[in-house]
Design a protein around this ligand. Sequence first.
Ligand SMILES: Nc1nc2c(c(=O)[nH]1)N[C@H]1C(S)=C(S)[C@@H](COP(=O)(O)OP(=O)(O)OC[C@H]3O[C@@H](n4cnc5c(=O)[nH]c(N)nc54)[C@H](O)[C@@H]3O)O[C@H]1N2
Ligand SMILES: Nc1nc2c(c(=O)[nH]1)N[C@H]1C(S)=C(S)[C@@H](COP(=O)(O)OP(=O)(O)OC[C@H]3O[C@@H](n4cnc5c(=O)[nH]c(N)nc54)[C@H](O)[C@@H]3O)O[C@H]1N2
Ligand code: SF4
Ligand SMILES: [Mo]
Length: 720
Amino acid sequence: MATSPDPQVTTHYRNCHICEAVCGLEIKVQNGHIVSVKGDKDDPLSRGYICPKGAAIKDMHADPDRLRKPMRRTEAGWQEISWDEALDYAADGIVEVQKRHGDDAVADFIGNAYGTVYGIMTHMGYLRQALNTRNCASLASIDHISHLMTSALMYGHQFLLPIPDLDRTEFVVMAGANPLASNGSLMTAPGVRDRLKAITARGGQLVVIDPRRTETAKIATAHHAIRPGSDAAFAAAILSTMFEEDLVNPRALSPFLHGLDEVKRVLKPFTAERAAAVIGIDSSAIRQLARDFAGAERAVWYGRIGTCAQEFGAVTQWLFSLINIVTGNLDRPGGYMLNTPAVDLTRDPNIDPGRYAEWRTRIRGLPSFGGEVPASSFAEEMIAAGHGQIRAFVCIAANPVLSFPNGTTLDKALESLDFMVSLDPFITATSRHADVILPAIPHVECDHYELAFYSFAVRNVTKFIQPSIETSDDGMSDWEILVALAERIAKRKGVSIEPTVSPAEMVDFALQNGHYGKAAGHPAELSLEKLKGAPHGIDLGPMESRMPECLHTNDQKIHCAPDELVSDLVRVEADLFTASASYDLVLIGRRHVRSKNTQTQNCQRLMRGPNLCTLLMHPDDLALRELYDGDTVRVTSKVGEVCLSVSSTEDITPGVVSIPHGFDHARDGVRLKVSAQHPAVSVNDLTDDRFVDPVTGMPAYNGVPVSVGPAVPKDHLATR
Ligand SMILES: Nc1nc2c(c(=O)[nH]1)N[C@H]1C(S)=C(S)[C@@H](COP(=O)(O)OP(=O)(O)OC[C@H]3O[C@@H](n4cnc5c(=O)[nH]c(N)nc54)[C@H](O)[C@@H]3O)O[C@H]1N2
Ligand SMILES: Nc1nc2c(c(=O)[nH]1)N[C@H]1C(S)=C(S)[C@@H](COP(=O)(O)OP(=O)(O)OC[C@H]3O[C@@H](n4cnc5c(=O)[nH]c(N)nc54)[C@H](O)[C@@H]3O)O[C@H]1N2
Ligand code: SF4
Ligand SMILES: [Mo]
């Protein structure tokens, strides 16, 4: 803590917790309030960069709708209660359901704050010991399970997640990612726009594969508008071309590749010529991209939410990884690399390396992964009566009514539960259903370590974040709530759970025993004490090659042809190549720099300006339906319909429409006053919890068949 000229104002350094870029911030605080937020010039990764959302941390902290005390739902409405009462009440409700219906009758879900609140990651397992339910899920299964599963099957651990070495590459293919809006995902690269521009400035290529000409596509050297959901066919054609034209050269990886011959054999039928018709990209362009990519000195093929949250997410991510492997770009500077995190999650024996299909869900038989079930199973598991039905729910830092597919059905399912607990600082579309809400103290009042995002950073960096504002005496942080709840549940069930230590103590242990710790004989000798003395963080250098030593497979080889993924090519063949596309339009998502999931819509400064929640549609598609820019239109899918304003744009491929997610907080009972003044719709009232990648259960948020027409039918108008 440094003292500034005004004696009352203190300066603090921390990271922005809104997105994965985790930009370093300089925060000035006076009388417990944030008075200014700036980028921290001395942060080794972000070097002063922040986006408009960073400054909004001030408003989000001071949001008058933020709960500071636990709330209990009563006949007469919400009632503020003490922490002790709230925790007892929550534990009683959970245990009562478990005693009556078995442990699996309680489900839990951990949402987006999994990564941003480190105490949730460190102590969630503690609560799960006490809950002992198979119906546990996390944002992995609505966000990045395809990446986790691919890593688990190929490299032996779900957290061996390679990332693009952006600062040294000469050729990037970005499929289904729009980092100019999202600021990067599974790729912590603050100021990503400048990093991408630097690639083209040094003569490199940035190729964007996206059904929409996105902000990122606009600064790219090439953009290919792909048909939504067809990336697997595209990637298979790239690989098949590489094998056919003798472009395969795994370089240093060769000695520890297993199964590459099988890959060659199974991909042979997927030629560029066959793929072209299916994906909407010329065969000559596919072949040329294969040649250019293979010929580049340092190249990386990267896919994110658009290629993951779709019907073929897992097989696509596997094929993308193979493209990096067969060109020798995995684990190579300027390619697709693992960083060397100061706290390495793959060294934690308590973390599941990514076991697949240990059990399956009751109704649809969706596979477990890493000890969790897919969140897309929850609505039906809550609704379908019978032994094993979910009757209570612990919802942690998530707003599934707006974030899960088929939010309308989930909304009803939550209403029908016997008991629900929310760990959330707001009364949201989801937490309004809870019997008790447990609001943790805000992020800026907590300590923090980037367990997740420093594992995906494009440089090796480390920083320990201390509270920027002193919290009131009766506040609890998320990890303290998890522990208190776990202990109460365990006591009521008569089971014992091990004592635990704080997240900071866990981080200290991991630092000291990690790659840069004393135990490893590293000169940095990292420890918590050392990091506390370096508030801007410490740069630990560029990424370095780590294979094969880091592999967790039994034979320390990369498994190029895992059965679970190879076998899914049958579905790619059947559904993409042979089924005729009988849809009217397909719906995809999008993100905008002024909004983050469901979290930022109550912030006035970010809601200023044009409405972000509109339907994007190509002018030809509007003309076909006699619709006009700005009309209110009705979008209908298999599971629901919404009415919203349409924006005409040539940036979106004909046949494709787009709606962002995270909006619609104006529902009854939601206590978010600013949001309520900006009525919007939830795209997840259109997405379908049964439209998933069956390999993982990941919802296909992208590629949803829909039709679009006037909000009020024209014939109806005519008869009036
Ligand atoms: N259609 C469509 N749907 C999508 C997506 C898409 O692309 N398209 N993307 C998916 C993806 S990638 C994600 S990650 C999910 C996100 O979905 P969710 O997991 O629902 O995450 P958020 O909306 O980011 O935030 C959820 C809640 O966290 C609460 N919160 C904020 N800070 C804290 C805190 O410090 N502690 C606690 N306990 N709670 C806190 C907020 O109040 C909010 O209610 O949405 C998914 N849904
Ligand atoms: N400003 C902002 N930043 C965010 C978030 C936010 O809500 N707002 N959310 C955060 C979260 S939780 C995450 S997970 C990350 C996600 O980070 P990104 O993955 O970069 O997410 P998007 O910006 O949604 O980009 C996905 C792109 O996929 C495209 N797409 C859709 N379907 C397909 C398809 O079938 N094939 C291909 N090739 N492309 C397709 C879409 O048009 C879109 O441009 O962003 C994080 N950062
Ligand atoms: S890009 Fe913006 S929202 Fe993301 S961490 Fe940086 S300042 Fe925060
Ligand atoms: Mo996400």
